[in-house]
Write a protein that binds this ligand. Structure first.
Ligand SMILES: CCCCC/C=C\C=C\C(=O)SCCNC(=O)CCNC(=O)[C@H](O)C(C)(C)COP(=O)(O)OP(=O)(O)OC[C@H]1O[C@@H](n2cnc3c(N)ncnc32)[C@H](O)[C@@H]1OP(=O)(O)O
Ligand SMILES: NC(=O)C1=CN([C@@H]2O[C@H](COP(=O)(O)OP(=O)(O)OC[C@H]3O[C@@H](n4cnc5c(N)ncnc54)[C@H](OP(=O)(O)O)[C@@H]3O)[C@@H](O)[C@H]2O)C=CC1
Length: 349
């Protein structure tokens, strides 16, 4: 055993400290060097994107996973289906044969998405204006859908609002604007459709898109964290209660997937993306198409035995943030040699 002096111990702490500090400096600059594993910076369409070299092991497969026709004769209702992840899910379901109804506040955005997707897939996509915060608007929207397509087989509660904000700066209306969209909106849509489906003795699959911090909570997005946790409780509760009516309820908790809606409100300067990717074990952001494939599977007949499931879909980010020793990824081989020597040389307690 090689005895280790206090001086050497100081060096190891110094090295660790400098690693952490150098990371902080790098986070403030445009440098692509990020601790022991480099992050590569690409620029496309005015956006910056980083990925680690090891992300090559986890290259996304963005093709459609389910067999063609898996959604023939099915109707899918997707809130927030005009943009971002909702749009991606609508595209995949439509490609698989579903007739889709997308609903949100901005009719023009919905109509444009509907036209683009249906012209690509050849299947009808209907745009219906609906503010999910208003139960009467939700009821009118469902009336309109019944006229257009009949009641849906698949319901995806995807609409959300969010922004980063220290809680001491949050107004009562700021809290309400997020919790009304996320929790009340999901509840209004689910109750309205659930009751009508029950009356008509029609089974359905309900899916909610939450987030990984619904489970842990998170500072600076407190209304969103609270509301998404409520959505998870709602869906798990109804999975238990409404199975008897032929209804399944599942939840996807996505990690970071670049969309304009999310990134403009949660990382407006682009500063957090690099550190986010640095802590994701698969070394990259998720892709909308990957989430859409999972949603298509969970909402399909292939998943008819799945209910009450909460699927974390985050490249490993959640567990990476949870383990208190995970920062040791940044320790180099030489530093490990020193640390091991120090530990092995310790006698007694
Ligand atoms: C990069 C990270 C990746 C990981 C992501 C993880 C989870 C992601 C979860 C998501 O949900 S991302 C989806 C984000 N998409 C959206 O938010 C789209 C829809 N959003 C909106 O429409 C708006 O942003 C808003 C504010 C949610 C709702 O719009 P609107 O109803 O028009 O509200 P108002 O503008 O009237 O505002 C209401 C209330 O809120 C206050 N407020 C608004 N923005 C802020 C802010 N940035 N900071 C503090 N407070 C804000 C506003 O002042 C109003 O309160 P008053 O008291 O002034 O009336
Ligand atoms: N992208 C990401 O990294 C992550 C996203 N998520 C979740 O994924 C889902 C989709 O987010 P994403 O695609 O990124 O962001 P978007 O901002 O693109 O999607 C949010 C959608 O919600 C709709 N919406 C907002 N308020 C209302 C309302 N009052 N009534 C009806 N619709 C409304 C918006 O349409 P309109 O403005 O027309 O109303 C918009 O289409 C959300 O549930 C989000 O919480 C979770 C974790 C990570």
């Amino acid at each position: 055993m090689v005895p280790v002096s206090v001086g050497q111990a100081g060096n190891v702490s110094g090295l660790l400290l400098s690693l952490i500090l150098s990371e902080q400096v790098q986070n403030r600059t445009d440098s692509v060097d990020f601790g022991p594993s480099q992050l590569w910076c690409h620029r496309f369409a005015g956006l910056r994107s980083y990925a680690t070299p090891h992300s090559q092991f986890f290259a996304p497969s963005e093709g459609i996973m389910l067999p063609a026709g898996s959604y023939n004769n099915k109707v899918a209702f997707i809130t927030g289906g005009g943009t971002g992840l909702g749009r991606a899910m609508t595209g995949v379901l439509s490609q698989l044969g579903a007739q889709c109804v997308i609903a949100s506040r901005k009719l023009e955005v919905l109509q444009q998405t509907a036209t683009e997707i249906s012209s690509q897939t050849g299947n009808k996509v209907h745009a219906v204006q609906c503010d999910v915060r208003d139960p009467q608007a939700v009821s009118r929207c469902v009336d309109q859908m019944v006229e257009l397509t009949g009641l849906p087989d698949v319901i995806i509660n995807n609409a959300a609002g969010n922004f980063i904000c220290p809680s001491e700066r949050l107004s009562a209306n700021g809290w309400k604007s997020i919790t009304d969209i996320v929790l009340n909106g999901t509840a209004f849509v689910t109750l309205e459709l659930g009751k009508r489906l029950i009356q008509n003795q029609k089974g359905a699959s309900f899916l909610a898109i939450t987030t990984i911090y619904a489970e842990s909570g998170s500072g600076f997005v407190v209304p969103s964290a609270s509301a998404k946790a409520g959505v998870e409780a709602l869906y798990k509760s109804l999975a238990a209660e409404w199975g008897r009516y032929g209804h399944r309820f599942n939840i996807i908790q996505p990690g970071p997937i670049r969309t304009k809606g999310a990134f403009s409100r949660l990382d407006p300067t682009g500063t957090f993306e690099k550190s986010m990717i640095g802590r994701i074990p698969t070394g990259r952001l998720g892709k909308p198409a990957e989430l859409a494939n999972l949603a298509a599977y969970l909402s399909s007949d292939y998943a008819s035995w799945m209910s009450g499931a909460v699927i974390r879909f985050d490249g490993g980010e959640y567990v990476s943030m949870a383990g208190e020793f995970n920062e040791l990824r940044k320790v180099t081989d030489d530093q490990w040699k020193m640390l091991e020597t120090m530990i092995r040389s310790t006698k007694g307690s």
